[in-house]
Design a protein around this ligand. Structure first.
Ligand code: ASP
Length: 441
């Protein structure tokens, strides 16, 4: 048994134990304090999970994204080949996201989780959301005024960064990726003069990956604290509460997409055994589940893909960083299910036109969502606003923004699941693209 293998085996066992024990501790705390776990305890768990583990992952994120994109793109070299790889990658992202959204719409329309929804619960949650002030409320408010065109413009503007250093300093990944892509291309175009800078980024990449290796040892503890923190606040009983059928609809969709559709795509287009590959990517998938963040998971995704999954440096450097911010199958599916569900809760019927709007805007909203916790919940209001507009109802008969409050309580748990599918979608894409862009032998 190789050293690498045993390290991954130990880590897998540790992260799995962290996940299970985190649920157990969270549930014990939730019950012991009858749902009102003291803030100090919650803060302690969040401190270890968010500050130590996620904090360290975020620390390496920026140098990792810059160096992996530059190394990946420059190793593809020829701009024509790069265009081909880029084209297939973007096609893969949008096709799989569109499939996920359509699947979500079909499920939510057939299952109808919002029909006959608990009226008292609905009124109470909407009311609560309206009167509470908090970060999520502010973000929802801000996103609602962006509108569809605004969301589209926002994505394009990020692709043409005015000041990539300011973007980097503010943790905006998409502009940084866009700049790194361009830099990677020209560094190869200018030939030998680009070599010193390329060598620098290759060395930076190797160093950052080593750091990731070390940080990964904290994953079991980090995941344990994060999961305990989540479950301690909402309890596992929320799974069978009034939102039970909604959650089942989302989870069913995520399972069909993650366990049937994506594996099928990998098998057909990547000529790879999907379940073996899933096993190789397990560290990244479990980290995504525990952290709720594709971006924070990215270092682990690259690690697993390159060391265990046989993904080429070229594909990993290109597909994974871009995918972590752009390609979100789980989020797209979730947004579609959630929006239609909320309209159902309020007894507002959606026709084929509105459902088509949901399909288009949910895909766009998922692209616009950052790879951070609850981003999907926030960009969802763009979909709500677009559907409201197309219905042409007077304002008092439209779906209020505060309707988001209905699903706020269970968002974190669903976020864990959709983030896992998001990362799995990126990993599958990277493996498929490896066929088009293998590393030179
Ligand atoms: N948490 C998700 C991610 O990082 C985004 C979302 O909220 O759906 O991929």
């Amino acid at each position: 048994m190789s050293v690498k293998f045993s390290k991954h085996t130990i880590l897998t066992a540790g992260i799995l134990a962290g996940l299970v024990l985190g649920v157990v501790l969270g549930e014990v705390l939730y019950r012991a304090y009858s749902g009102a776990v003291p803030d100090g305890l919650l803060e302690g768990l969040s401190f270890v999970g968010n500050t130590f583990f996620i904090g360290l992952l975020k620390m390496v994120l920026l140098p990792l994204v810059v160096s992996s994109v530059i190394v990946g793109v420059s190793s593809i070299g020829d701009p024509a080949q790069l265009g081909r790889v880029g084209g297939w990658t973007v096609l893969y992202y949008f096709t799989t996201m569109a499939i996920a959204v359509v699947l979500g719409v079909v499920l939510v329309v057939s299952i109808q989780p919002g029909r006959g929804f608990d009226e008292a619960f609905r009124v109470q949650e909407v009311q609560q959301f309206s009167v509470t002030t908090g970060a999520t409320q502010d973000r929802v408010e801000a996103a609602s005024s962006i509108g569809l065109w605004g969301a589209f413009k926002n994505i394009i503007t990020q692709l043409i960064p005015e000041n990539p250093i300011a973007d980097a300093a503010n943790g905006r990944l998409l502009p940084v990726i866009s700049f790194s892509l361009m830099l990677g291309i020209v560094l190869t175009v200018i030939g030998p003069r680009g070599q010193p800078v390329l060598a620098f980024f290759e060395s930076l990449f190797a160093a950052v990956m080593k750091l990731v290796d070390w940080i990964l040892w904290l994953a079991p503890l980090g995941v344990f604290c994060l999961v305990a923190w989540t479950v301690a606040r909402i309890g596992t009983a929320s799974l069978v509460g009034p939102l039970g059928i909604f959650m089942v609809t989302v989870l069913l969709g995520l399972m069909i997409h993650g366990l049937i559709i994506l594996p099928l795509a990998l098998w057909v287009f990547g000529r790879t055994n999907p379940f073996l590959y899933m096993h190789q990517m397990r560290g990244a998938l479990m980290t995504a589940f525990g952290t709720d963040s594709s971006s924070a998971t990215l270092p682990v995704t690259i690690e697993c893909a390159e060391t265990l999954g046989g993904v080429s440096k070229r594909a990993a450097g290109f597909v994974l960083p871009l995918g972590a911010t752009v390609n979100m199958d789980g989020t797209a599916l979730y947004e579609a299910v959630a929006v239609v569900f909320l309209f159902q809760c309020f007894g507002i019927a959606l026709g084929p036109t509105q459902l088509a709007i949901v399909v288009i805007t949910a895909t766009l909203a998922a692209v616009g969502a950052a790879g951070i916790p609850s981003a999907g919940l926030v960009t969802m209001v763009i979909v709500v606003a677009a559907v409201n507009n197309s219905l042409g109802l007077p304002e008092d008969q439209q779906l209020p923004l505060a309707a988001v409050g209905i699903i706020l309580g269970v968002d974190r748990v669903l976020d864990m699941c959709r983030t896992t599918v998001n990362v799995w979608g990126d990993a599958v894409g990277a493996k498929i693209i490896t066929r088009i862009a293998p590393d030179p032998v």
